[in-house]
Write a protein that binds this ligand. Structure first.
Ligand code: FAD
Length: 385
């Protein structure tokens, strides 16, 4: 059986690896010539790490992962701890340590594991034709690829999704902009083994350790969509948004490299009940684009990859039937995580300032148990237990 996978993000590459391990012939087609992930790093929570373990990549992700032993919230203006606690219960309750990982390194690991011979770069899919026996993707350059199934892992603006649903769907702007990048660890900003988040006025500033003595940083700022922005002015722009914030926040702004700081307007999609049409299935952000507020979008994409491969391996009626079973196992859980992330996003970013103020009060009384419960709730229910 042959699978044509569209998109070589973390979803498409994980799917390629999982399907190859299940014995399928796999070709992954990617529109860009060189893969440059939009974000600097990603928290791979325990469910995502379990998927990588399942794909034989456990020891490699552990090498790339930062040692995130503690978590703390700080008052953005005073810099004082609101709460600080160990993340060990997440590992104990889920059976796996989470790892924050630099995206380019995760991407390189997945590409290497898939194998260059299964990857075709610079091929933009523009059409799909399913004749009931085989499915053919057509690319912008006029070339085609035919397989027994097509996996649309073509991201949040998925063309495959339009084919599956028979109509385009609008993404929803979540109301805030995320700036992210990598800097050297600086203990004046946060301890090197801690995920430290400064909050205030519906904004947040976070640093998370990744391997190699680096922090993944991000700044969230509630803003209208579509504002003009010049990358070279990242420091000035952030200094204005965080005027009056504690000295560590300004130290972080001075340390960042503007040219390597990404700016992303955050969107999501209402959960979709339909992920498949005939021999075509959606995977990753194509099926469930989410705000990053619980760090589960990429983890969900890896869960999709694992379940898709299992569905094709364990069901024998037809490809269409296996894809429907994949959808049945995945759409509910992935959609629930999208809605959880949306609720968290609204609280964090002061959609209702009173609710956000109440959350800040809770954080001052937090001993870690509520936050841990929330993180673990996102992880349990994953397909690998
Ligand atoms: P993508 O990574 O978008 O890959 C899709 C690929 O398809 C792209 O390479 C694209 O070029 C290609 N493509 C698109 N159209 C075509 C076409 N027509 N033909 C050929 N190729 C095509 N998730 C987590 O789990 N933890 C986190 O901490 C986390 N943090 C995040 C922080 C931010 C700021 C953002 C924006 C997201 C975050 N996410 C996180 C979510 C995560 O990044 C996504 O869920 C994940 O990247 C989705 O992977 P994907 O492969 O489905 O899509």
């Amino acid at each position: 059986m042959k699978a044509v996978v569209i998109g070589a993000g973390m979803g498409g590459l994980s799917a390629g690896i999982a399907l190859r391990r299940a014995g399928l012939e796999v070709e992954v087609y990617e529109q860009v010539v060189e893969n440059r992930p939009v974000g600097a790093a990603i928290s791979v929570w325990s469910n995502g790490v379990k998927c990588l373990n399942h794909l034989g990549l456990g020891h490699r992700v552990a090498e790339l992962g930062g040692q995130m032993d503690h978590m703390a919230y700080r008052d953005g203006f005073t810099g004082e701890d609101m709460c600080r606690f160990s993340l060990a219960p997440v590992t104990e309750q889920t059976g796996q340590r989470p790892y924050p990982v630099a995206r380019a390194e995760l991407q390189a690991m997945l590409m290497e594991e898939l194998g260059a011979e299964h990857l075709r770069m610079g091929r933009r899919m523009v059409g799909i034709d399913d004749d009931g026996l085989r499915v053919t993707a057509t690319f912008e350059d006029g070339s085609t690829a035919t397989g027994d199934l097509l996996v649309g892992a073509d991201g949040a603006r998925s063309r495959t999704r339009e084919y599956v649903l028979g109509r385009p769907v609008e993404r929803r702007y979540a109301g805030y902009v995320n700036f992210n990048g990598l800097v050297e660890v600086d203990e004046a900003v946060g301890p090197p083994d801690q995920w430290t988040t400064y909050v205030g006025d519906g904004k947040r500033v976070s640093v998370m350790p990744v391997a190699g003595g680096r922090f993944y940083f991000f700044f969230d700022v509630p803003l209208p969509a579509g504002l003009p922005y010049e990358r070279s002015r990242a420091r000035e722009v952030l200094s204005e948004h965080f005027a009056g914030w504690a000295p560590p926040v300004h130290r972080l702004i001075r340390a960042l490299d503007p040219q390597r700081t990404n700016r992303v307007e955050i969107h999501d999609l209402d959960p979709l009940p339909t992920w498949t049409r005939g021999r075509v299935a959606l995977l990753g952000d194509a099926g469930h684009s989410t705000t990053p507020d619980i760090g589960q979008g990429g983890c969900s994409a890896m869960e999709d990859a694992v379940v898709l491969a299992m569905a094709l391996q364990t069901n024998t009626i037809s490809v269409e039937d296996s894809l429907r079973r994949y959808q049945e196992r995945r759409a509910g859980r992935a959609g629930e995580l999208v809605l959880r992330a949306r609720r968290r996003s609204d609280v964090t970013h002061a959609v209702d300032p009173d609710v956000t103020a109440a959350w800040y009060d809770e954080l001052r009384r937090e001993d870690g148990s509520n936050v841990i419960r929330g993180i673990v709730a996102n992880i349990v229910g994953n397909p690998l237990g």
